[in-house]
Design a protein. Sequence first.
Length: 351
Amino acid sequence: MTTQVETALRGPEAFAMARKALIDMEAAGVWPTPLNFELWLHYIGDPEGPLGKEMSRLLASSDPFTEGTSEMLAAEYLPRGRLSDEIRDVGAVLNRELSSMSDAIAHAKKSQAAYGVTLADASASIEKVAQPEDLREVVSGLSDATTRIQKENSALESRLDASTKEVARLREHLEQVRRDAMTDALTNLANRKAFDEELLRACEVADANKSTVCLAVLDIDHFKRFNDTWGHQTGDQVLRYVASVIGRVAKSPRVAARYGGEEFAIIFANESTAMVEVALNRIRQEIGARSLRRRSTNDDLGAVTISAGLAQRHPGESGSSLLDRADGALYVSKRNGRNLVTNAENVAEAA
Ligand code: C2E
């Protein structure tokens, strides 16, 4: 949570803010889940901030405010705070681990130095040995010192082993946090942030290797009507269904993402537009072939269809220009009756 909201929640207006959040959520017809509560606290705490403005816009529109909408808003506007909290926690553990390791190493160094002194003393004493008892005393002193240093070395070894394991665990945890920050929670596809990064990377690789990138944008037809008729929970299931088909067809090295509410996008590297069209038509046909059922009532929901647009990148073209052209092709699919795939190249030719 931002410092501004956190401070307000410890101030005199804290309870009024929390009450208002609940009342406003009820008025907007959303459940008071922890995520929605967090979003509304931000909204109330900073209505003119980027999240506040986007929420005002969404609430003023007739679009439904679904669990998916909340997830999208959180991914877009809240992740940094969450991510940095997690990273801070991991960082604190890592710091403790490192300082305890360096204490152990410093202690071991001191012990080694002391052992060196003991050896030097012993060697000096041996020079002066006159009686066998004196020799026994020197050897016994050396043996004690060696046992001590062996024990300390073995303790240090165990400590280093434990630290190595802890660092590996932290690394795995950080990797999970990074994956979560890049994943759309509803559909498990990449989120917009991850997609934007991948697109940038794909463009750089294409420029360096003189290779191709194709971008496809897919949108569920009449999704709003579907949501209004069957409710948001069923709408979310439809998003999951469409995403599951897209994910199956657009497996790595293709990159599939949920780009916005009911909009998805796929990056195809080094594939001809003909291959991309085949893949998109497969997705389109597979999605449209199944009649869905409403889980709560078993009502027949019928089939959903998707429209798609694709564009092949021109050498040196930016990701956003490529996205605009793919969007333009998607628009043509919608205009020509939906449940279609359109190649931007044909749009340009027709224009
Ligand atoms: P989910 O409900 O978590 O289901 C995950 C997967 O479990 C499904 O992947 C499917 O392979 C299997 N599965 C779940 N329920 C059934 C079932 O009643 N019969 C059969 N044969 N398999 C089942 P799939 O098909 O890719 O669907 C992914 C997600 O799409 C589902 O997640 C659900 O959220 C949504 N979905 C798919 N079909 C329908 C449907 O007919 N109605 C609704 N409301 N949602 C659906």
